[in-house]
Design a protein around this ligand. Structure first.
Ligand code: ACO
Length: 345
């Protein structure tokens, strides 16, 4: 269904006028694999301890996909739950965006595989890569299509099987990541202002802080590249930590400024779930109360593009926000990339 008539309930944000129809999240869903990998399990794989992981990161366990369970499977399941919550059928979806750094294959896109699994035959579909910021980048792109009237219903998914690119010999990184997917359905909802503003940013100068050297056109797979462990992610943790805190604070501050809001007016802050110490530092520097912050990284670790998508769904289902409440999402990831969104729920 293609709708072109602009609606009367245009979202108007002081200091950052938005034109076109308002766009709301009308349903969300999430999916994590059944297998739980605890910190004690990791003690048997690398030289680490539950105590180190808990105090340095806040992570207690993470989910790991089965060998025959792929990013598209997690994405499809999360999408089905979001569609059920929104009351949307597969043939109503106009566009599918999948944010991921762990697609099933380099091509075709995971979004096309999800489109096939859902039977969403009317939908256009593409993948988007902005690492941990991908879901917010995806929501911003998706909402533009709804706002302009080009599309009526957009499905945005953040999905990862990070266990497939984690170096299980590197204790610096393997303890941090997990697998999962989260999804939202974007539509115009009459009488609701929905997504109020989105901030996005990037800094390619710092691309080497967090990257995977092998597998692309620069370093295709060879026996040598596999032997040199180039097909696993690499991260300079301490530097990444510093930039994560700075970028998330400035993105959140800019988003609040555009909406002329104080942090105290936000009901629920959902940050990218990378490290408890990052969440606490960001919350503290923004002047937020601990009860405003949503945190589930103790159970899932860092699921990159899926992180805020899963957290958003859990927060909504837990009743952390009610219709009309203000929600702030703030993310940071490889690229470097970052972003923040203010939503009237
Ligand atoms: N178990 C035990 N010891 C460990 C482990 C481990 N799993 N990992 C590292 N150590 C050791 C290190 O070897 C080091 O030992 P050394 O002093 O003898 O060299 C020591 O612990 C301290 O290491 P640091 O790197 O200083 O530890 P830090 O306190 O910085 O914590 C961490 C590391 C958790 C990685 C942190 O830096 C972090 O969270 N960084 C940010 C990650 C992030 O935000 N990523 C976001 C983007 S993710 C994306 O886009 C996909």
């Amino acid at each position: 269904m293609i709708s072109s008539a602009p609606s009367s309930s245009t979202a108007s944000v002081p200091g950052h006028a938005l034109s076109g129809r308002s766009v709301s999240i009308v349903g969300s869903g999430a999916c994590v694999p059944a297998r739980v990998l605890t910190n004690s399990d990791l003690e048997k794989i690398v030289e680490t301890s539950d105590e180190w992981i808990t105090t340095r990161t806040g992570i207690k366990e993470r989910r790991i996909a089965a060998q025959d369970e792929f990013t598209s499977d997690l994405a499809t399941q999360a999408a089905r739950r979001a569609m059920a919550a929104a009351g949307v059928a597969a043939d109503q979806i106009d566009l599918i965006i999948v944010a991921t750094i762990t697609p099933d294959m380099v091509f075709p896109s995971t979004a096309c595989l999800v489109q096939q699994k859902l039977g969403a035959s009317r939908a256009a579909a593409f993948d988007l890569e902005a690492a941990c910021s991908g879901f917010i980048y995806g929501m911003e792109i998706g909402q533009q299509f709804v706002r302009s009237g080009t599309y009526h219903t957009v499905l945005v998914i953040g999905a990862e099987k990070l266990s497939s690119v984690v170096d299980w010999q590197d204790r610096n990184t393997c303890v941090l990541f997990g697998d999962g997917a989260g999804a939202v359905i974007l539509q115009h909802r009459p009488g609701s202002r929905g997504l109020l503003t989105t901030v996005m940013g990037a800094d390619g100068d710092k691309s080497k802080l967090l990257y995977m050297p092998g597998g692309g056109s620069r370093c295709p797979a060879t026996t040598q590249s596999v032997m040199s462990r180039l097909h696993f992610l690499r991260m300079e943790g301490r530097e990444t930590f510093k930039h994560a805190v700075q970028a998330m604070i400035s993105a959140a501050t800019e988003a609040l400024r555009r909406c002329q809001l104080e942090i105290s007016q936000i009901k629920c802050i959902i940050p990218h779930q990378a490290n408890r110490r990052i969440l606490d530092a960001v919350g503290e520097r923004l002047g937020a109360k601990p009860e405003q912050l949503f945190c589930n990284l103790d159970r899932y670790g860092n699921t990159s593009a899926a992180s805020v998508a899963i957290a958003l769904d859990e927060a909504a289902r837990a009743g952390r926000m009610q219709r009309g409440d203000l929600v702030l999402l703030v993310v940071f990831g490889a690229g470097l990339t970052w972003g923040a969104v203010v939503i009237e729920w």
